[in-house]
Design a protein around this ligand. Structure first.
Ligand code: HMG
Length: 412
């Protein structure tokens, strides 16, 4: 019998503070519409040094495990996907393992490839369970990042921070993944990178958009070939129409619109229909509203979470529409600059609405505080070793400083 495998439970964590993107635009002398309509942004999460990648990951992971109501002794794998780790050697996963008191008998490590790192962890977990090697055990995959481009740069309005954790098991109550039916695309490009010792990313912004779209076209077409061969979707080219929704990696929300138009272009070309961009942009608007827009509101309130952005899109989509999507297939596209990428798919679970409700996403966002641009700039200038010393929320975690070269964390 085929092994069912996928996402059983989700937990999220975001920094306590955010800025309103229109405040940022005004402070930079930019028309607010450029950020709201041109990039599709609304709010941007701001992490203070105490809310580092570890603290956010541990909080999201604890919430996911609570939501799954899982016997922790049944966990066999913990992977943290991140590109903003806190040590050259000791992985974020090791801190999370210790902070949550997880079992000794587990594999525990980080995966890194820019924003694809979380998907690398997810694919490992799926294949570990699907192969039978897990022997009935479950995996915890966490995507955690603090995205920084720096004050007054073109990338500034596309920063963000947060963490999303997923319990992966043979009980995929939220999303059963189509194991082995994926398309991948990788090329060696310098679209976005962060040299050792630098806190802010280097980016060739417009080129990075081109790299993303080229990777998407190639990965999507490979997924389509496999999905048609396995009769998950019909042949004839227009495979994207068979997907109830598509979640894309969302560095900024407008990117998902560009991505969806590109997928449509691939489909039409494959079906032998000439590409008429002006006509298709108009036709694509409604398709975009139905198939993609519902995955964006949560992303627009947090900003880019690098490894987590695709999965925040998925969580936001299911939080809003899980009941109507039960039993339907959705597509997902993960892109990591540098670059590697993967298009894959899965079917929403019958009880996904109840399971995603356990993530209490609205409650997590509701306790945030809007800060001024002056306060945001003050936080950005803090040394990464200087946490504000605020107590963590109940059940949360904070980096508290370094003692004898060892990072210390406190829990609330
Ligand atoms: P920019 O050059 O400041 O912006 O940077 P622009 O001039 O290209 O304008 C952006 C959009 O706003 C344009 O729309 C304008 O027309 C529009 P588009 O042509 O793209 O449809 N616009 C307006 N709209 C309404 N009213 C107005 C107005 N003015 C202009 N008044 C850029 C934009 C995205 C390049 C920059 O923010 C950046 O460098 N961001 C970071 C890089 C990035 O996010 N890349 C995405 C692909 S790579 C990726 O996703 C991987 C990544 O997540 C990292 C990883 O893998 O780890 C980044």
């Amino acid at each position: 019998m085929k092994t069912r495998v996928g996402i059983e439970a989700i937990g999220v964590a975001v920094p306590r503070r955010y800025v309103d993107i229109e405040d940022l635009a005004r402070a930079r002398g930019v028309a607010p519409a450029k950020y709201t309509q041109g990039l599709g942004a609304r709010e941007m999460a701001i992490a203070e040094p105490g809310e580092d990648t570890v603290a956010l990951a541990a909080e999201a992971a604890r919430r996911a495990l609570d939501a799954a109501n899982l016997d922790r002794a049944n966990l066999g794998l913990l992977v943290v996907g991140t590109e903003t780790g806190v040590d050259h050697s000791k992985p974020v996963a090791s801190y999370v393992h210790g902070l949550l008191g997880l079992p000794r008998t587990m594999r525990v490590y980080d995966t890194q490839h820019a924003c694809y790192g979380g998907t690398a962890g997810l694919m490992t977990a799926l294949e570990w369970i699907g192969s039978g090697a897990a022997a009935g055990r479950s995996a915890l995959v966490v995507c955690s990042d603090v995205a920084r481009y720096g004050v007054a740069t073109a990338g500034e309005p596309t920063q963000g921070a947060g963490s999303i954790a997923m319990v992966i098991s043979q009980h995929p109550a939220i999303l059963e993944l189509d194991l082995g039916i994926t398309g991948t695309s990788s090329t060696h490009v310098h679209d976005f990178w962060r040299p050792i010792g630098q806190r802010e990313a280097q980016v060739d912004g417009h080129y990075s958009v081109e790299c993303y779209l080229a990777a998407l076209g190639s990965a999507y077409r490979e997924w389509k070939t496999r999905a048609i061969a396995r009769e998950l979707v019909r042949g004839g080219g227009l495979a994207s129409e068979a997907l109830a929704r598509i979640c894309y990696h969302v560095p900024f929300c407008k990117m998902a619109r560009k991505a969806h138009l590109h997928v449509r272009r691939c489909d039409l070309e494959d079906a032998g229909v000439p590409w008429d961009v002006a006509a298709e942009e108009t036709r694509a608007a409604q398709r975009f509203e139905d198939q993609v827009q519902p995955s964006l509101p949560l992303c627009s309130r947090i900003g880019n979470v690098y490894t987590g952005s695709l999965y925040f899109g998925l969580a936001g989509l299911l939080d809003a529409q899980a009941a109507e999507l039960a039993g339907k297939r959705i597509g997902l596209f993960s892109y990591g600059s540098g670059c590697t990428s993967e298009f894959f798919s899965g079917v929403v679970g019958a009880h996904a609405a109840e399971r995603i409700a356990a993530a209490r996403i609205a409650d997590v966002l509701a306790v945030r505080e809007r800060i001024s641009i002056a306060e945001y700039e003050r936080i950005m200038a803090l040394s990464p070793a200087s946490p504000l010393g605020e107590p963590p929320p109940a059940g949360g975690f904070r980096f508290a400083g370094v003692t004898d070269h060892r990072r210390q964390y406190v829990t609330g």
